[in-house]
Design a protein around this ligand. Sequence first.
Ligand code: FES
Ligand code: FES
Length: 156
Amino acid sequence: MAFSIKVNGSTHTVDVDGDTPLLWVLRDVLGMTGTKFGCGMALCGACTVHVDGAAVRSCITAVDSIGTSAITTIEAIGATAAGGKIQKAWLDREVPQCGYCQSGQIMSASALLASNPRPTDADIDDAMSGNICRCGTYVRIREAIKQAAQSTGQGG
Ligand code: FES
Ligand code: FES
């Protein structure tokens, strides 16, 4: 069945079963491989994308549930205000180690910052608790989110 989905500002028509996870549509049909597969069960956060600005696990999101909502992936998050600040802070703090979890981490952090420009430690913990990092980059992730939050008053 054909579905039209809006990804990073462009509309794509994809011919897949309605219960196909968005993750596989992004990676296998549209060739956007920045979004990663980890667990496939909403347990690790590697597959996180934004649906209308909210962090969503694309591995358990059926394509037929998306409708006209706007999807943003790691490929375009740097063009958003919060995503740009998060990516800059990630580079400044040299957050990634192996990198596998990091697109999901950045998507969750960007959604947090967009909705809550001054997150507390508890807010950060709450927003990021579903994103697992086997390399243990959690301390740098928190530092980077705080740096990005501090920069939100400087130039929007
Ligand atoms: S792959 Fe989706 S949460 Fe792990
Ligand atoms: S940087 Fe390796 S899993 Fe997070």
